[in-house]
Design a protein around this ligand. Structure first.
Ligand SMILES: CC(C)(COP(=O)(O)OP(=O)(O)OC[C@H]1O[C@@H](n2cnc3c(N)ncnc32)[C@H](O)[C@@H]1OP(=O)(O)O)[C@@H](O)C(=O)NCCC(=O)NCCS
Length: 394
């Protein structure tokens, strides 16, 4: 059974939306009602599907957003909910669906695509590679002995939306890889799947300095777990106030749980290591447009350097070949040509681009087709930065 190409797009009508929901139901062990509600929430604009003989055989969610690299938001297409009807699996259906998605995404001008893989070979086959991490933190709530309450705290209201977005972005833009969230991801922050979230913000004279959204999940014996879909503090005072707020739950709450990078600054305020940090997942990116991706991100200020790259890309001939990357004053210029001293598959560029793997580590693992010492040294400096991470699941 071959799934023919050319049958990809948004659901044409409510019937196809329902068929997409059915694929999701069988792919993600959901109830029929949950799957339909999910498909309707995503909507026809953000769903993509693959048809075979008029039947919907595969689906995914297409999310326009950005990722912060070097202080700049680089447009990326987030991919989630990839599912293939069980009858059509093992015949390249998902590979065909992803190939269409990548062409579609590149045509919009986004230079990157980002996803969390449930299986890696499928995504590697179409050019994605590991590019960052998402960690889970669990803090023991009874250990939160913060008694200072330097800022006022109140429930978040609808009128606070813009201030909350701005507060998040102030933190996110200095965190390599964090999302410049689109509507879908914000909806998962404010209305997470785990249950009803309540939002609280802290404000000082200059406005909102921090906030969190918490779902209080009941455990056995009336105990609670605090699931934080977001936890942001832009000042020390905001962090103190939010920690003391979480500590105020200690009569019943056991742990507070949230996600982010391996370098979560909020943890350093705790007296003891009354927390655990666990890798949740490595995420992957696909470089859709080499030149645009390199020019769109920010670079370390006060450093200049030149790299002669050569890229192999089976899917996009536009990415194939030689490029010269010139970085100075935090900006990059890319032109065609050069000597191709650092040669790699487009997948290797993913891990390098975000700073997830150093050029030296990649060389050790044989990830370059060809590279010289001088290029490795230059790339080590150019692609250095905080370890790339994402807070949100999508
Ligand atoms: C994962 C899934 C989308 C693959 O669909 P598919 O049409 O069978 O995939 P393809 O035939 O294009 O296979 C591509 C590669 O993916 C990998 N792959 C496929 N199915 C897999 C599975 N069930 N588990 C692990 N890897 C798998 C294989 O490496 C395969 O390459 P190979 O055939 O050379 O071994 C499908 O099994 C599915 O819907 N699963 C449930 C939902 C899910 O896990 N989605 C992924 C979320 S990120």
């Amino acid at each position: 059974m071959e799934t023919t190409s050319g049958d990809y797009g948004q659901p044409r009508d409510e019937q196809e939306l329902a068929a997409a929901a059915e694929v999701m139901q069988q792919s993600y062990a959901m109830s029929a009602a949950d799957a339909l509600a999910w498909a309707q929430r995503v909507g026809r604009d953000d769903l993509r599907l693959l048809r075979h003989d008029g039947q919907v055989v595969g689906t995914l969610v297409y999310m326009k957003m950005g990722q912060w690299y070097g202080g700049r938001s680089v447009p990326t297409v987030g991919v989630g909910g990839v599912g293939v009807h069980p009858v059509y699996r093992g015949h390249g259906t998902a590979t065909t669906l992803m190939t269409h998605l990548l062409r579609d995404a590149r045509a919009t001008g986004a230079p990157l695509s980002t996803l969390y893989p449930a299986t890696q070979p499928l995504y590697r086959r179409v050019g994605y590679e590991q590019a960052g991490a998402r960690y889970e933190y669990r803090v023991q709530v009874p250990s939160l002995s913060f008694h200072e309450r330097p800022l006022s705290l109140r429930a978040i209201e609808a009128r606070d939306e813009a201030a909350i977005t701005e507060c998040y972005q102030r933190t996110a833009r200095s965190r390599q890889g964090w999302l410049d969230r689109g509507a879908y991801v914000w909806s998962r922050v404010r209305t997470p799947r785990d249950g009803q979230a309540h939002g609280y913000l802290v404000e000082g004279t200059s406005g909102v300095e921090g906030y969190l959204y918490v779902v209080r999940k009941q455990l056995q014996g009336w105990k609670q777990e605090l699931l934080l879909s977001d936890f942001v503090a832009n000042t020390r005072e905001a962090a103190l106030r939010l920690w003391s707020f979480l500590g105020d739950h200690q009569s019943l709450a056991t742990e507070a749980v949230w996600f982010g990078g391996g370098d979560e600054p909020l943890l350093r305020m705790l007296k003891e290591q009354t927390y655990s940090v666990k890798l949740h997942m490595h995420w992957m990116i696909r470089v859709l447009d080499v030149a645009t991706a390199l020019q769109a991100r920010g670079w370390p200020a006060g450093f200049s350097g030149t790299l002669h790259l050569e890229v192999e890309d089976e899917l996009f001939p536009e990415n194939h070949g030689r490029f010269v990357l010139e970085v100075s004053d935090g900006e990059a210029r890319v032109r065609r040509g050069g000597e191709g001293r650092m040669a790699m598959n487009v997948r290797t560029l993913s891990s390098l681009y975000t700073g997830f793997m150093s050029a030296e580590a990649l060389r050790t693992m044989g990830a370059f087709v060809r590279v010289d010492d001088a290029s490795v040294r230059t790339a080590m400096a150019l692609f250095s930065g905080p370890p790339p991470s994402i807070r949100d699941m999508f």
